[in-house]
Design a protein around this ligand. Structure first.
Ligand SMILES: [Zn+2]
Ligand SMILES: [Zn+2]
Length: 276
């Protein structure tokens, strides 16, 4: 039997803007936020979209009053990746420590996260939050966080985004979102970092048909995702960062189409979890 190595839980899988509408709640309406529970017992969070609200509540519930030491990896700072941070409950307790990791300069990250909570956007200013907050610059790595090894790689996206390869006890999770395929210098680095991953989480915002009129928007397709998954010999592919316009029915159709290209594919669903 495989020992538990990394547990991945998806708290938000939608791209661009939350979609709390009945026709897409099957896969979920919250924007991107993932939790990796590491073998060490520590938690690594990827992004703070609106899914971070429920993650924060769950973390507090599970902590049973103990202080939390959380590492948050930030892909980039578009709204759909930061909008849950003001509602991330662990930030409101002085006992907790939250470290934001980014390939941007730490002082810039602090300014950006403070910026979305300044007057008149939000009633509580970021610098007044009770938790101990730190900002850490991530290089290409590897760096050790909570007992996991984290490597970064650049993605092709307006204003830039960062991909992550996280390894712990032989389990490998690769997060490649937000990303538009087609620029060799980005695609090659992504492929190299995705090799032999247990799970590849890939930006599949568009169908190939939609992509024809969405070039330059910074997102990829389910078809490209299957190509990378095959070339990188990953064990499982998660199609992620769903377009706000995609209903549950459309996402089920995408899952069927994608499975013809790469059998071990799933459309990411809010709330689902995976043990690697
Ligand atoms: Zn996004
Ligand atoms: Zn983006």
């Amino acid at each position: 039997m495989n020992p538990t190595r990394i547990e991945l839980q998806l708290w938000g899988v939608r791209g661009s803007i939350p979609t709390p509408a009945p026709e897409n709640l099957g896969f979920g309406g919250n924007t991107t936020c993932l939790e990796l529970r590491l073998p060490s017992g520590e938690v690594l969070v990827i992004d703070g979209g609106t899914g971070a609200r429920k993650l924060g509540l769950s973390l507090l519930d599970r902590s049973q009053g103990r202080s939390l030491n959380l590492n948050v990896l930030m892909t980039h700072f578009h709204w759909d990746h930061i909008q849950g941070i003001p509602f991330f409950a662990p930030l409101y307790s002085p006992a907790n420590r939250v470290t934001f990791h980014s390939t941007r300069r730490p002082e810039d990250v602090k300014d950006i996260l403070e910026g979305q909570m300044t007057h008149p956007y939000f009633p509580v200013q970021f610098e007044l939050l009770a938790a101990h907050r730190e900002f850490h610059h991530l290089s290409a790595g590897p760096v050790e966080l909570g007992g996991a090894r984290v490597r970064t790689f650049p993605l092709h996206h307006p204003q830039g985004a960062t991909g992550f390869r996280v390894e712990a006890n032989g389990a490998v999770v690769v997060h490649a979102c937000d990303h538009e395929h087609g620029e060799p210098r980005f695609d090659e680095g992504l492929l190299e970092h995705a090799m032999d991953a247990d799970i590849l989480i890939f930006d599949a915002q568009f169908t190939p048909e939609e992509y024809r009129s969405k070039r330059g928007w910074g997102h990829s397709t389910w078809l490209e995702a299957t190509r990378v998954a095959r070339a990188a010999r990953v064990k499982k592919l998660l199609l992620f960062h769903h377009d706000p316009s995609h209903t549950d029915d459309q996402l089920r159709a995408i899952a069927e189409d994608a499975a013809k290209e790469f059998a071990a594919v799933e459309v990411a669903r809010e709330g689902s979890s995976f043990t690697l």
